[in-house]
Design a protein around this ligand. Structure first.
Ligand code: ZN
Length: 380
């Protein structure tokens, strides 16, 4: 976030207890007391970060000049080496502090480097009263569904198929709920529609959620573990349901072949995948699992469906008007009456049970960065 004194036009973006929080169009040139700032941040981290958790590796950075957006792109798409981040921060005379393995400074640097110019969304986050932290949350499902219907610019609110309220986190964090959307004004209305336990504070963040920023188009031979990719290819092995309900198939392009998986938690999405056949052309969107190298499908665009031909009946003799008899597998056909031969049975195009176009995993299985089809349709 940007820290400083705002000036010019302001809009309200939150409330903490009874204090209104504003976001300003411009920043005043008044100098910032960075020593005071460091102190406040350090105190906050010591007070609230769960440093005893093995996955918590906090970090913060104070940067005067925004790093190139390429730093953000690399971080969201590849695995970044912490020494490179430290080198960059030192060369720009930025202040940074990492805790434990310090990998938090990588994300902190990337978030400063992020630019909202290309695409962005908003998330309104509400926070629980401190005494409620860790206990079961109360957020009403019916009011969430009602909000989802009314606020058309929000997304990923409720999974109707799997009865899952997606605005409520599953971790024991202080967040009560988070609503994602295209428009900050609508988010405030959306929040007011949710029936829930008391909200202690709320604030709207600009975000890269739902933007597909993590994805990059790749040929199969260039795919590395932990990449997130868009790959176009032809189905080369038909979908197979494994024990546990995971559905796997393979695609190939001119450079190689790779497995694609719709795992069990993607529920009914797997029924689409099961209808693919060898020869269909698809574009697969997803993250790469390492062992074995597999695309974990987030969404799929079916580009073309292979025409499936099936034999309906044996050919009819032109002289006698009766069906010929088969002479054996791949041996052609012969008329029993006059002895005429033919090798062309009557064929019919088999009806395919899916259509071309985009399909996505259900809301409950969606990754935060995945762009929902709702957004893709609005932007195209
Ligand atoms: Zn005949």
């Amino acid at each position: 976030m940007q820290v400083g004194k705002g000036k010019d036009k302001r809009i309200k973006i939150g409330e903490i207890e009874d204090k209104k929080i504003f976001c300003y169009k411009n920043q005043s040139s008044e100098k910032i007391n960075t020593d005071k700032l460091k102190e406040v941040i350090e105190e906050t981290i010591y007070k609230y970060a769960r440093l005893e958790d093995e996955n918590t590796n906090s970090g913060f950075v104070l940067i005067n000049k925004r790093p190139s957006v390429s730093i953000y792109k690399e971080t969201v798409r590849e695995i970044v080496n912490i020494d490179e981040t430290k080198k960059l921060l030192k060369s720009s005379k930025s202040y940074f502090k990492g805790y434990k393995n310090s990998r938090g400074i990588i994300g902190a640097t990337a978030s400063v480097a992020w630019s909202s110019k290309n695409d962005k969304t908003f998330e309104l986050i509400t926070y629980r009263q401190k005494e409620k932290w860790g206990s079961k949350r109360f957020v009403d499902d019916d009011s969430t569904m009602e909000m989802n219907k009314t606020c058309s610019l929000t997304f990923d609110n409720y999974d109707y198929e799997n009865k899952h309220n997606r605005i409520v986190p599953s971790s024991p964090c202080p967040v009560l709920f988070g609503i994602r959307g295209e428009n900050e004004t609508e988010l405030v209305k959306a929040k007011s529609m949710i029936k829930s336990e008391k909200i202690d504070a709320w604030i709207i963040f600009e975000s890269n959620q739902g933007t597909d920023d993590h994805l990059q188009r790749k040929n199969i031979d260039k795919i590395k573990p932990y990449n997130s990719v868009i790959v176009k290819g032809k189905v080369s092995r038909k979908p197979l349901t494994l024990e546990g309900g995971h559905v796997i198939f393979s695609i190939k392009d001119s450079t190689g072949c790779i497995d694609c998986a719709a795992y069990e938690p993607t529920k009914k999405f797997r029924n689409i995948i099961r209808k693919l056949v060898v020869g269909d052309v698809v574009e697969v969107y997803g993250g790469i699992r390492k062992e074995p190298l597999t695309i974990n499908i987030e969404k799929i665009k079916i580009i073309s469906l292979k025409n499936l031909i099936e034999k309906v009946e044996n050919p009819v003799c032109l002289k006698c008007g009766k069906h010929m008899k088969s002479k054996g597998k791949k041996q052609g056909f012969k008329c029993k009456i006059c002895g005429s031969e033919s090798n062309k049975p009557l064929l019919k195009e088999k009806k395919r049970l899916i259509q071309t176009g985009f399909y996505e995993v259900p809301v409950c299985a969606r990754r935060h960065l995945s762009k929902p089809l709702k957004r893709i349709k609005k932007q195209s």
